[in-house]
Design a protein around this ligand. Structure first.
Ligand code: ZN
Ligand code: ZN
Length: 296
């Protein structure tokens, strides 16, 4: 058996969100206010509805990305680093072909494509059927912090896609529109350096995890064993943790609770994939990408 571990690389952890709005669409604040709200982030994308907002402006954030949220009346799709040519005769009409065309244009342009808030029940969700019909995209927004987190969590659809053999990464974003929505969910990216190219490259290779306040120090593989070190310091080590490893079908492979910071799991070979979710007292969490298992 072979375990494909995306975290098996050197680098620095960078924090950022790819899905945020300004008053160029339905956000409340101008770009410079949004930049201040995220002043300590390492990277940020501005993703207004159906518009590529110009990201030039006064800011402390080292790396910013142009983005767009293609926002039909049905499902929404986030494109980071989209080509400007897609704005010629732009429409947000929802058909799989039309969405795939924009996704392909962005991926071919070096960007990424994320199907966002798939479980938002009142509107703008994704059916699993449509997510399966889309052929090429980077990932799924598994945690959207737009104030509605009880239904903007999509582990069920992510597990269904992974179980069907789709290699799609999980993203966490604020989808911020107003004060109070900032810094609810973000991505910790293990990249060589903090540049657009290095961040996007790491994302495409799955070298990131989703955080709502907790984290991983490292995820390593030795032989058939997955070795997880949780974020650790004197305070965190005293707190209670709830760590679950999930495999194909969303089945629970292994669970550890207690004041732990180190977990080991011996793969049996039939897991399909292994993904890790770690909660700490208070509910803050970290969600890893899947480590796919390949049979020899
Ligand atoms: Zn949306
Ligand atoms: Zn949005």
């Amino acid at each position: 058996m072979r375990i494909l571990n995306p975290y098996d690389e050197q680098g620095t952890w960078y924090r950022g969100s790819f899905h945020n709005h300004t008053n160029n669409s339905d956000g409340w604040f101008p770009l410079e206010t949004v930049y201040k709200m995220y002043g300590d982030y390492d990277f940020l994308a501005i993703s207004d509805h159906d518009k590529i907002t110009n990201v030039e402006g006064k800011r402390k954030i080292p790396t910013v990305f142009e983005a767009i949220e293609v926002s039909s009346r049905k499902s929404h799709m986030l494109l980071v680093q989209p080509p400007h040519t897609m704005m010629e005769n732009y429409t947000n009409e929802f058909t799989i072909d039309h969405y795939q065309k924009y996704a392909d244009a962005t991926l071919d342009h070096g960007g990424i494509c994320v199907l966002v808030h798939p479980n938002r029940y009142f509107s703008n969700f994704w059916t699993l059927e449509d997510m399966m019909a889309m052929e090429r995209y980077t990932g799924v927004e598994i945690y959207n912090g737009d104030g509605n987190i009880e239904y903007d969590i999509a582990f069920d659809k992510w597990d269904a896609l992974l179980t069907a053999g789709r290699k799609v990464w999980g993203f966490g974003n604020d989808d911020s529109h107003v004060y109070g929505q900032e810094k609810q969910a973000w991505n910790m990216v293990l990249a060589e350096e903090n540049t657009q190219e290095a961040i996007l490259q790491a994302i495409k290779e799955g070298r990131f995890y989703v955080s709502t306040g907790f984290g991983f120090e490292s995820i390593k593989c030795v032989g058939n064993k997955i070795i997880i070190d949780l974020k650790s310091n004197e305070l965190l080590d005293k707190m209670y943790k709830y760590v679950t490893l999930f495999g194909s079908g969303g089945r629970v492979l292994h669970e550890v609770t207690g004041r732990t910071r180190h977990i080991e799991y011996e793969c049996q070979g039939d897991e399909g994939y292994v993904r890790i979710s770690a909660y700490i007292e208070g509910g803050y969490a970290a969600f890893s990408q899947p480590l796919f298992l390949e049979k020899d």
